[in-house]
Design a protein around this ligand. Structure first.
Ligand SMILES: Nc1ncnc2c1ncn2[C@@H]1O[C@H](COP(=O)(O)OP(=O)(O)OP(=O)(O)O)[C@@H](O)[C@H]1O
Ligand SMILES: [Mg+2]
Length: 233
């Protein structure tokens, strides 16, 4: 059984986790993987010349472990217990991957069936962040000295992205954001289902949806998502 994979990324405190959890409640067969669960231990985090721990970079995350978790989850959806005929059910498995550094991580590029990115302005971001207690807690000056500059850098890196990302205004209410994304996903899922159904065996179905997949498939045949897209049955 093939899984529909959704990426929810965005600025810190943009509302990624909140949105992912709200969506999960409304889709019957939906799992969530949070990038925040894959931070390395503090002892392995680099420090800059100001003494700030460098948490907001890819190197602070155990991305290999996250990829392997994703891979296991996709594999288990591919061989579900019980019913194996996804065409007979509305319940296409959904996997939401949420985190602040998803679309800057190349090995995930071909994974997405739909990508969202939450933004909020600097002041609102700083305000929301100041109400949270992270482990370890943000030291004074951390937001301006590390968090926000890293966010701007990652946004700049994203300028080269070729697939469609739906940008979301994170200052909208939780309910409005949920409704917007839920409706968009219902439409995307319907399109995706008819695309899968029109292709017996599903070979290369994802290529129809994500143009980048075609080049990735040729360039990296052993890529996790390429394999996943080719072999579902
Ligand atoms: N649409 C919203 N409007 C106002 N506040 C919100 C909204 N969504 C989430 N919040 C609040 O903003 C804070 C951050 O939300 P959340 O944890 O979902 O963000 P995040 O992007 O996952 O943050 P992090 O960078 O810590 O992973 C929380 O206090 C949450 O209650
Ligand atoms: Mg979060």
């Amino acid at each position: 059984m093939k899984t529909f994979v959704i990426g929810i990324s965005g600025v810190t405190n943009g509302g990624k986790t909140t949105l992912a959890k709200n969506l999960q409640k409304h889709f019957p067969n939906c799992s969530v993987i949070s990038q925040d669960d894959f931070f390395k231990p503090e002892s392995e985090i680099e420090t800059d010349e100001n003494g700030f721990l460098q948490y907001d970079v890819l190197e602070a995350l155990n991305m290999e472990k996250m990829m392997s978790t994703i891979s296991c989850l996709l594999e288990s959806s591919r061989h579900p217990q019980g019913s194996t005929d996804w065409r007979s059910t509305e319940e296409v498995p959904i996997l939401i991957i949420e985190g602040f550094l998803l679309f800057n991580y190349k090995p995930l590029d071909t994974m997405w069936n739909r990508s969202y990115f939450l933004t909020i302005p600097y002041e609102e971001c700083k305000r929301r962040r100041s109400t949270r207690v992270y482990q370890p807690p943000d030291p004074p000056g951390y937001f301006d000295g590390h968090v926000w500059p890293m966010y701007l850098k990652h946004r700049q890196e994203m300028e080269g992205i070729t697939w469609e990302i739906v940008y979301l205004d994170g200052t909208k209410s939780e309910e409005d954001l949920f409704s917007q994304v839920y409706e968009d996903l219902r439409q995307e899922l319907a399109k995706q289902k008819s695309s899968w159904q029109s292709q017996p065996g599903g070979v290369l179905s994802k290529a129809c949806f994500n143009p980048q997949f075609r080049t990735e498939l040729v360039g990296r045949p052993s890529d996790l998502s390429a394999d996943y897209s080719l072999s579902f049955s």
